[in-house]
Design a protein around this ligand. Structure first.
Ligand code: 13P
Length: 257
């Protein structure tokens, strides 16, 4: 089963509209997107979505993601953004369940599950993040944590909808720390997540679903990680803020596939 790798830049709370425009100009000047045999996604802050859409106008090779969405349709939810609003910006993907949303903003598995279903109603493709903390790993709870997050996050999600979901395995201890999971640790976790999908949806769905790795991915470790059989791309934070570094990760990572 060959799965098309997907490289996504999660800019987190970085880059307003003008920096977004600068990034896109620089990135597009360096690359012929049709030569990259992978999906490339950029997730800017909400306020930069319009500028990203505009700056990419004729470049269909880059897809747009939001970093969050509301689980509600509309109404009295101050500060929230609905999936239909995101569709207006030609948004394709939405990152859901990121460990920063879980830890800092208190998002539970149930909220994440509601958001995944809401995203699918609007035909947005969730990038569904899961991952354990260092304490959970050291206590021997890696598999329990991942099983709980996967089972609860995908509760009631149809096999058809699963086909439009990407999973991102992001060990919390590797995010923004410069400590990357070794390729053995990452491969082991990815293979386990794929087995969880097989338990829930069967072997065909498990073989098809793309599972990205995230956590201190850099140009110099992308090749080794992406060479692992169950790793299908990367979700990149800090190293995707610079166009050359994002591109080097994509190039090094796809050469390894
Ligand atoms: P870093 O690449 O900065 O470690 O962030 C990873 C991440 O959280 C992507 O969603």
């Amino acid at each position: 089963m060959s799965r098309k790798p997907i490289f996504a830049a999660n800019w987190k709370m970085n880059k307003g509209p003008s920096e977004t425009e600068d990034f896109v100009k620089s990135f597009l000047s360096k690359v012929q997107l049709q030569n990259l045999n992978c999906d490339v996604v950029i997730a800017p802050p909400f306020v930069s979505l319009a500028k990203l859409t505009e700056a990419l106008h004729n470049h269909h090779g880059i897809q747009i993601a939001a970093q969050n969405c509301s689980q509600f349709d509309s109404g009295a939810y101050t500060g929230e953004v609905s999936v239909l609003m995101l569709r207006e910006f030609f948004t394709h993907y939405v990152i859901l369940g990121h460990s920063e949303r879980r830890a800092i903003f208190g998002e539970t598995d149930a909220v994440i599950n509601a958001k995944i279903k809401k995203a699918r109603e609007a035909n947005l493709k969730p990038i569904f993040c899961i991952g354990e903390t260092l304490a959970e790993r050291e206590a021997g709870n890696l598999e329990t944590v991942l099983r709980t997050q996967v089972n609860a996050g995908l509760e009631g999600v149809s096999e058809k909808d699963l086909g439009d979901i990407v999973i991102a395995y992001e060990p919390v201890w590797a995010i923004g720390t410069g400590v990357t999971a070794t390729s053995e640790q990452a491969q082991e976790a990815h293979a386990f997540v794929r087995s969880l999908i097989a338990d829930l949806y069967g072997p065909d769905a498990a073989a098809k679903i793309r599972i990205q790795y995230g956590g201190s991915v850099k140009p110099n470790n992308a090749a080794e990680l992406m060479a692992c059989p169950d790793i299908d791309g990367a979700l990149i934070g800090g190293a995707a803020l610079d166009p050359q570094s994002f591109l080097d990760i994509i190039r090094n990572g796809t050469a390894a596939e």
